[in-house]
Design a protein around this ligand. Structure first.
Ligand code: FEO
Length: 172
């Protein structure tokens, strides 16, 4: 049986992961509006990946006889000043999520819920990759400056990420 405090914290994290999916879907839509289909595809894959994160938590709660309680998902922003500003928002968001995951690890340890602790290790590792992939794009965008041709090339590069996630810079 899952510890009740861990269960509550996992339910909150399901909400945070679903908000992440919403945020990246909003970024995908904005990218499409900007005629950057590669950025849009990358963000859509990222959104789908966030849903798999939510589902991992969902299944862990259910498997251990707990109760899934879903809350309302906040409304994400609808636009960003530039592709660079958008990716900076991704990194900032992922850093926040890393803090949330670390907080979950603390709750699991405090409650001596070993199964939850082991389960969360995957998320700890995933967050390293999430932050690194956003930062890599930021560094490239900064190097390019405002050159439209470079942005076009970057769009093509980001568009190579598989549609359902699972590689190409964003992890599983
Ligand atoms: Fe589910 Fe992007 O962390």
């Amino acid at each position: 049986m899952i510890d009740k405090k861990v269960e509550a914290a996992f339910n909150e994290q399901i909400n945070a992961e679903m908000y992440s999916a919403y945020l990246y879907l909003a970024m995908s839509a904005w990218s499409q509006e900007q005629n950057l289909p590669g950025f849009g595809g990358w963000m859509q894959a990222q959104a789908m990946e966030e849903m798999t994160h939510a589902m991992k938590l969902y299944h862990h709660i259910i498997e251990r006889g707990g109760r899934v309680v879903l809350g309302a998902i906040d409304k994400p922003p609808i636009g960003w000043a530039s592709p660079l500003a958008m990716f900076e928002a991704v990194l900032e968001h992922e850093q926040k999520v890393t803090g949330l995951i670390n907080g979950l690890v603390d709750v699991a340890e405090a409650q001596k819920d070993r199964a939850a602790g082991i389960f969360l290790q995957w998320f700890v590792t995933e967050q390293v990759e999430e932050e690194a992939s956003a930062d890599a794009v930021i560094q490239q965008l900064k190097m390019m400056g405002d050159a439209p041709h470079a942005l076009f090339m970057m769009d093509r590069e980001l568009g190579k990420r598989p549609a359902a996630g699972g590689g190409g810079g964003g992890g599983e």
